[in-house]
Design a protein around this ligand. Structure first.
Ligand SMILES: CC(C)(COP(=O)(O)OP(=O)(O)OC[C@H]1O[C@@H](n2cnc3c(N)ncnc32)[C@H](O)[C@@H]1OP(=O)(O)O)[C@@H](O)C(=O)NCCC(=O)NCCS
Length: 526
């Protein structure tokens, strides 16, 4: 198939013998161009009110965008009711490229295999290699799964090159600006933004599940006084299965939904209890009158001796951070949740595994590592030295909060949080020298060839720690904060997986160890 050039288009399709033939030929005229309801000219920017004004593809539109619009209008034989610029991927999908196949030839055996192309709503096309081993005898090798899609998912879309993140189709920027964490949680879990009634019911459900069994508090008090909150969180969440063993049927959608709500509701309660245990403070119970993020701050910082007023600026900032952390498609911890979930394990075990994966400094532990790094750098005049260390391949030091497996242009969450960081510090009347240090580090690194060539940009964790610090949250709690927000992503992905047919996750390996050899008795070994 060719893109329209000089108003001419030829579509070729393979016939039953596999030969490519001209299937359709189009000669485009200006009449085929779509018109917009109300008639505003798409590219004028002037909001022209002339009814039925022509939408001509503009020079700024890429060829496939023009193409998609042209085709869609002619296919219907009329002007479309609503014309939108669509992405290349959606265009490819509409153009039924899903029927495409890639043919793989094994030159040794002479065998060939057609690999079907799986196209999603958006994103690069993906090869279905599930028949590769049975037909040609090959596995694939992809360490770190950099080029492997492990599942199909309707939840989150990321375009790393364009810096796009969308939950259920909604851009993260719009959700950060207009929504609340609990509304986003509903969206991620159920696929749509809630109506007021749906939201009220959901809010009520979450609120009434926030309290934990008193024995959970006993369990927490058994930890060593300076236990890391993530150790407590993963242990206690895993233990929740022991409290709800009568509601662990993963094949029952109602029980799954209940477990999802319990996890989202109780995670802040457990995280706050872990902090209070470390501080040696008595338990604080969840207040139903407060909203999700307010309630968490109350459980963290209130003491029996005096009243605690939740600062609305702090609650809003926290809510924003939870939104930004809520989901991130098949990242390491979410893939862990899905892998454990694929065995049929209960949701508490899956989530505990996700927490453990999140803890690593290459993943959710990075926000804690960023603050430690900034403290280690100490002052602006040391920044250059540390940038050099980060570039030195013989030095294990890396700039924490820089780089991302998927985002190779910018992390849209970092853009939002960077702005919020300044606003929160201003609103709270705090001047943090670490922010100045972070800004200088960002400036120098972004000008440096090493970082530019490798497309290493500040990620969400680079700034989140500074906000958490401004809210009075101790460094050791940073990753636990991330876990609270991400719980909704984990359970949404687990719910999606559980509701669809799936196989147990079981990757293969390239064995590089010793070949077969005979056992040697111990007395004959030297
Ligand atoms: C996020 C991260 C794990 C992604 O890893 P990845 O996709 O496997 O990328 P790689 O480790 O292959 O890095 C690619 C190159 O950039 C370099 N690089 C990546 N992140 C770097 C960093 N933070 N500081 C210095 N160099 C870095 C690597 O050394 C490598 O260089 P090379 O090509 O010369 O060998 C990695 O960038 C990192 O460790 N960042 C710091 C931790 C962090 O902020 N994590 C939070 C993620 S939200």
């Amino acid at each position: 198939m060719t893109l329209p050039k000089n108003n001419q288009e030829t579509i070729r399709r393979r016939d039953s013998t596999g030969a490519l033939r001209v299937a359709e030929e189009w000669n485009w005229t200006a009449d085929h161009y779509p018109r917009r309801p109300g008639g505003a000219k798409e590219d004028s920017g002037s909001g022209s009110s002339a009814h039925g004004a022509l939408i001509s593809p503009t020079r700024s539109w890429k060829p496939f965008e023009q193409y998609a619009i042209l085709r869609s209008s002619v296919r219907r034989g009329t002007v479309p009711a609503c014309v939108v610029r669509i992405s290349r991927q959606r265009f490819l999908r509409r153009a039924q490229v899903t029927e495409r196949k890639l043919t793989l030839t094994d030159h040794e055996s002479g065998k060939t295999l057609d690999l079907p192309v799986v196209a999603g709503t958006e994103g690069d096309p993906t090869l279905d290699i599930s028949r590769l081993h049975s037909e040609l005898g090959y596995f694939t090798y992809d360490p770190g799964y950099g080029a492997t899609a492990s599942c199909k998912s309707d939840i989150t879309y990321i375009d790393g090159n364009e810096g796009i993140l969308r939950y259920r189709g909604y851009p993260i920027e719009q959700l950060a600006e207009n929504s609340s964490f609990l509304e986003v949680a509903y969206l991620l879990l159920y696929g749509e933004l809630p109506t007021s009634d749906q939201f009220a019911a959901f809010d009520r459900d979450i609120t009434y599940h926030t309290m934990v069994h008193e024995k959970v508090n006993n369990f927490i008090s058994g930890f060593h006084y300076n236990a890391h909150p993530m150790a407590i969180l993963s242990g206690v969440v895993g233990s929740m299965a022991a409290f709800y063993h009568d509601k662990l049927d993963v094949n029952d959608p109602e029980q799954r939904d209940l477990a999802a709500k319990r996890l989202i509701a109780k995670m802040p309660t457990i995280a706050a209890a872990a902090y209070r245990h470390y501080m040696g403070w008595p338990s604080a119970y969840p207040r139903n009158s407060l909203k999700y993020s307010e309630r968490f701050l109350h459980m963290m910082f209130s003491v029996p001796a005096e009243d605690y007023e939740v600062n609305p600026v702090a609650a809003k900032a926290l809510d924003l951070l939870f939104i930004l952390h809520a989901d991130h498609e098949q990242n390491a911890s979410t893939s862990t949740v899905r892998l454990v979930g694929s065995t049929g394990a209960n949701p508490y075990a899956c989530t505990a595994a996700g927490i453990a994966a999140l803890w690593g400094p290459a993943h959710g532990g990075a926000n804690e590592a960023v603050l430690n790094m900034l403290n280690e750098i100490g002052s602006v005049d040391q920044v250059g030295k540390y940038v050099e260390k980060a570039k030195d391949k013989n030095d294990p030091f890396r700039l924490m909060g820089f780089g991302h497996r998927v985002y190779k242009n910018f992390d849209p969450r970092a853009t939002i949080i960077r702005k919020a960081c300044h606003e929160v510090l201003d609103d709270l009347g705090q001047a943090d020298p670490l922010l100045d240090l972070a800004m200088e580090l960002e400036r120098i690194a972004l000008e440096d060839d090493y970082f530019v060539e490798r497309k290493l940009y500040p990620n969400v964790d680079f700034y989140s720690g500074i906000i958490y610090k401004a809210l009075g949250i101790p460094t050791s709690m940073f990753t636990a904060m991330f876990a609270i927000g991400r719980t909704v992503g984990w359970v949404s992905q687990w719910l999606e997986q559980s509701a669809t047919p799936h196989r147990i996750g079981r990757p293969r390996q390239v064995y590089t160890g010793a070949g077969e050899r005979d056992y040697v008795p111990i007395e004959r070994r030297n």
